[in-house]
Ligand binder design. Sequence first.
Ligand code: ATP
Length: 430
Amino acid sequence: MERTYSGELKTGSKALVKGWVEKIRDLGGLKFFILRDREGLVQITAKRNSVPAGIVKAVSKLGREDCVTVQGLVKKSSQAPGGMEIIPDKIDVVSKAASPLPIETSGKIQTGMDKRFDYRFMDLRNPKVQTIFRIRDTALTKMREFFESDGFVEVHTPVIQAAGAEGGATLFPLIYYKQEAFLRQSPQLYKQMLMASGLDRVYEIGPAFRAEKFHTRRHVSEFISVDAEMAWIDSQEDVLNMLERMVEYVFKGVLKDCKKELEELGAKITIPKLPLKRITYDEAVKLVKGKGMKIKWGDDFMDAEERVLGEVMKKRGHEWYFVVRFPSKIKPFYIMADGKHSHSYDMIYRGMEIASGGQREHRHDVMVKVMKEKGLDPSKFKFYLDAFRFGVPCHGGVGFGVERLVQQMLGLENIKEVIMFPRTPERLVP
Ligand code: ATP
């Protein structure tokens, strides 16, 4: 018999359901339990004399979180969740759950975050926790759909690299045969090299690693970066235009496909209104300073400053905006400078940077000069610099953190909530 999910049951028909025992009630002659599967809950009711004696016995032996399969007749029931119950004629225990359970799955009792991550497989049995990952899945699907329809080619570039793109401080070293290598901080150098290939528009969705030393609500050591790079741009504006259409598409898609999930989490989102507001770095610094923060021109925004700027911008009607023209001294060598400023941007959603990028420097000699000024050894980047010696179009792109997007969309305090098995300075297991 084919499996039916709890959300697809029809009264009067036979069904085979598979799932976990959420709750058991024993009223003597009437025993029932709630089975939980991916789609919801269903009550299994075993009344003495209405079902075979073996079934009543099987139900009385069940424990919470046992993994079971149940076959039976679906009947109307006003008291059961979903208005239906199953009168079982067969119950199989596929796997017993040990007792006591390490953490609660119902969400009624709060378990500390660390303990939840120690037993993440069980934490994920909480439907609210699962819902986060359904929404994340939809957001990623929509991003792919957008890129594919906008002329981008999906690529995969090496995760094991010889040189870092985002500065040495956050590199994870590893031994690669007999030489030192690093986990990538981003696919930056490779996606740029592909701009010299003629593919014109590429995107990559994959892991990026940062040996972040600090503990914040938005940093982890491993995250999924959505990277895109486009050639033959007239200016950074071409990238911003693509990016805002991408988030608009994602939000439309999530609102349409995840109504139930958003409701379940109490998340209220709206479709971003295009064009998104652009403010310059200089303006942003002034606004933040005006709120008593100690930021100086030339500093990057820290979490607290980003939040304050977010509040000011929200009052002005912008929960989304771009901060553009950052000082070139705080940007990596591959960003095109324009005097003291640069052709760069951060994309902010609800007071948090979720993406950043810019127009890239494509002039070989200028890049070599900037690398030296930033204390980098160009000879270590020969593989990359070569791509700029034999004809490369002007180009620009984005690095976009999926987890931060979903975190902000759902109003979650910590980014770890959006990651199945988060990696932080303290956590390498599970
Ligand atoms: P921040 O200033 O917030 O530390 P960053 O400037 O180092 O971020 P980029 O190098 O520009 O970040 O990376 C692009 C995007 O990747 C960020 O906007 C963010 O969404 C995501 N990202 C970067 N570092 C992390 C991290 N440690 N954890 C989660 N997401 C990250």
